[in-house]
Design a protein around this ligand. Structure first.
Ligand SMILES: Nc1ncnc2c1ncn2[C@@H]1O[C@H](COP(=O)(O)OP(=O)(O)OP(=O)(O)O)[C@@H](O)[C@H]1O
Ligand SMILES: [Mg+2]
Length: 250
């Protein structure tokens, strides 16, 4: 199977920690492969190193050592990112733009021809169920709608790999279900989805494989069904076990 994401011995050290203290090792010897057509859940407690790893793939953060490749091309080469779509953990869009205008802006960034742009915008707004709101400014959208416009933006260049950093964070059950359905539809179209999440029930239903990161290190990786069978419990309990959670004595 082709590895779409191939991370080898990745280490990322920030020179200054987030609180201004000495160096901080955010990712420590990570090895990870995501294959074509997989929905892959990237899990771990707050601060585990998920966003940092994604930022290496996106070229926002440099690896201290080790390598990361997308489609077999080292992420140091900007062309490695030609076929990816990305939804950041926090989105900062111009809120006075409508969904349609925002997508048109990103289509121009990618140099997509006008006729093709119109077609894609129609398809994407249908996919994320924002046709009725397409002419309203984003500032009037609910959080779930804003998240879905972000997904449409990530898909404007018809990418083969989607990197989504907590796509369902802060959404209600309906909003989460909608995002889950979109991920499922993308998978059905043969796309590869690499996403981080804290919603373990949802990860369990939508992902083929998961990796759990803890303090920058990979502690578990495998098929969801195999992990659940091996540990004889649900993914949430597997997670709590491998990160060493001790229930408080009450
Ligand atoms: N720019 C930075 N400078 C210094 N330290 C950073 C920086 N970005 C992240 N860190 C630190 O690196 C570690 C990993 O952070 P990261 O954001 O990758 O975690 P995460 O798994 O995405 O967490 P969350 O689930 O909260 O989003 C944390 O200890 C964080 O404080
Ligand atoms: Mg993060």
């Amino acid at each position: 199977m082709t590895a779409i994401v191939d991370i080898k011995d990745l280490r990322v050290e920030y020179r200054k920690g987030a609180l201004g203290q000495g160096p901080k090792v955010a990712v420590d010897g990570l090895n990870l492969r995501v294959h074509q057509g997989e929905v892959f859940g990237f899990l771990g407690p707050n601060g585990a190193g998920k966003t940092t790893t994604m930022n290496v793939l996106l070229g926002f953060v440099n690896a201290t050592s080790g390598t990361a490749c997308l489609f077999g091309v080292n992420v140091n080469e900007p062309i490695a990112r030609q076929r990816i779509g990305y939804l950041p953990e926090l989105t900062y869009y111009y809120k006075f733009l409508t969904a349609e205008e925002l997508l048109r802006f990103y289509a121009r960034v990618f140099g997509i021809p006008r006729a093709e742009t119109d077609k894609r915008i129609d398809e994407l707004l249908k996919l994320v169920e924002l046709q009725d709101a397409r002419k309203r400014p984003i500032k009037s959208y609910s959080k779930g709608m804003q998240q879905r416009v972000g997904l449409a933006q990530a898909l404007i260049n018809d990418p083969d790999l989607l990197i989504l950093d907590e796509p369902t964070s802060g959404l209600d059950p309906i909003g989460r279900m909608k995002v889950r359905e979109i991920i499922q539809r993308l998978k059905n179209k043969g796309k590869t989805v690499f996403f981080s999440s804290h919603e373990l029930g949802e990860v369990e239903t939508v992902c083929d494989r998961v990796a759990i990161l803890h303090q920058g290190k990979l502690v578990v990786e495998g098929r969801v069904d195999e992990l659940v069978a091996k540990y004889q419990t649900n993914l949430e309990q597997v997670f709590l076990k491998v990160v060493g959670y001790q229930p408080a004595q009450v």
